[in-house]
Design a protein around this ligand. Sequence first.
Ligand SMILES: Cc1cc2nc3c(=O)[nH]c(=O)nc-3n(C[C@H](O)[C@H](O)[C@H](O)COP(=O)(O)OP(=O)(O)OC[C@H]3O[C@@H](n4cnc5c(N)ncnc54)[C@H](O)[C@@H]3O)c2cc1C
Length: 430
Amino acid sequence: MSDKTILVWFRNDLRIHDNEILLEAVRKADKVLPVYCFDPYYFQLTETGAHKTGNFRARFLLEAVADLRKNLQGFGAELIIRIGTPAEVIPQLAEEYHVSEVYHHREVAYEETNISEQVEAALWKMRLNLKHFIGHTMYHKEDLPFPIKDIPDSFAVFKKKVERDSSVRPVVPTPDHISVPEIADAGELPTLQQLGLTDPIDDPRATDYFQGGETAALVQLHKSLSIVDGFTKQKGRNASDCSTKLSPWISIGCISPRQVYWEIQKYGNNGNLLKLELLWRDYFRFMFKKHGQKFISARNQAAELAADQDVLFDKWKLGETGVPLIDAAMHELNATGYISNQNRQVVADYLVNTLKGDWTKGAAYFEEKLIDYSPASNWGNWAFIAGVNDAKESKYTIATKLPKELEAKTDFVNTWQPSSIDEAGDLVEA
Ligand SMILES: Cc1cc2nc3c(=O)[nH]c(=O)nc-3n(C[C@H](O)[C@H](O)[C@H](O)COP(=O)(O)OP(=O)(O)OC[C@H]3O[C@@H](n4cnc5c(N)ncnc54)[C@H](O)[C@@H]3O)c2cc1C
C-alpha cells in the first residue's frame, strides 16, 4: 500500500454525507487530513465600514465547523482548524504532513474562485495538485444537456431542457472509516471576538433559531419536508406559501442540494415546488460559471439613480421608509439574519424601483446580513430584480406588490408558522 496523505480542504461543504472529496480521499489515500481555514478576508470591514460577514452568519458558521469536527471525531478523525489565508495555510499544512494532493469543491463566484487560484498557484510551486470536484449543485455539470458555454440564459428554457434530458445523480456513500495522520496541533475554534465580531443578540420575536451544522441540517430536512407535505395536502392551501428554511445549511454545505432532492422525491408531487427552487439555485451558479462577473455587471444600473439615494438607502436598511411591510421585513433581517424569499423580493424591488437606489449596495447589505448568504444566489437574484439581466422571468413579477400588500399588521410580519403535524398528517398550527 502506498504511503499517501490527501488534504481535504473543507469550504462550503461542511458535511460528512454526500461529500465526494471526503469519500474519494478515503478511497485514494492511506491518510486523510481534514482542514478548515477561517479566512480573514471574509471577516474584514468593507469600504462602507460594514462587516463582510455579519455576526448571525459568523455564529452559524462557527457552529457548523464545530459540528463537523465533532462528526469527524465520531470516525476517529480530527479536523484541523486554522485562522489565516488559505494560500498560506494549505501549503504549510501540506508540507508539514507530507501531503501528496489537495482536494476541494470548485466554487463559481469571483472571490471564491480567486482564493482557489491563489491556493492552486502556491501548491503548484511545491509540485502539488489541487484537485477540483463538483459538489455544490443538484445537477452535476457533466450531466447537463449542454456545455457550460451554451447554457440557455433564460431560466424557462434551462428548466425545460434540464428536466427533460438530465437526471440527478444518487448521493455518494458516507465513508465507513477515516484514517488521519497523527496531528500535533488541531487548533481551536475561534471566537466571534477573534473574528472581529460581537455576539449577536437573539430577538425574542424571531420564530426560528438556526443552529449551524450537519446534525441540525438533517433534523431540519426531515422536519421541514414533513411539514411541507402536510401543508400541501390541506385543501385550499398553496405549496408556494411554505418553505423549508434549509437555505442557511445548504449555503455552507451542511447538507447537499442532491441529498435534499432525493429526500423530496419521497413526497411525490408535493415536493415539485421545492425542486423548482433548487433548480433556481443551480441556475444562478451555472450562470456565474458561464458568464463570470459579467453576469452581474453587464449593465450596472437599469434605471437612473435618485439624487438623494444615500439618504434613502440608509432609511431602507434601517427599516425607516414609513412603508410598513418594507420596514417590518428590514427589521426582521437586521434582527435575525433571515427573511422569506417573498420579502427579499419585495424589499429589493422597493429599493431598486421605488427608491431608485443602487442595487449593488442592496446586494452588499444582504451579503453582510443574511445568515444564508451565498454569492451566486444573492447577487444573481438582485441582478434579476434590478433588471440588469433577463428580468422577464415570471417568478419576478411577484416582486411588484399591490399597495394594500405593503401594509404590515405587525412588525416582524410572521406569516403562517406551523409547529408540528399530528399522527394523521394534519398540521397543528402554533
Ligand atoms: C434579493 C434576494 C437575495 C437572495 N439571496 C440569497 C442568498 O444569499 N442565499 C440563498 O440561499 N438564497 C438567496 N435568495 C433566494 C431565496 O430567498 C432563499 O433561498 C430562500 O428564501 C430560502 O428559504 P427556504 O430555504 O425556505 O427555501 P425553499 O423555498 O424551501 O427552497 C429550497 C431551497 O432552494 C433554494 N432557493 C429557493 N429559492 C431560491 C432562489 N430564488 N434563488 C436561489 N436559490 C433558491 C435555497 O437553497 C432553498 O433553501 C435570495 C432571494 C432574493 C430575492
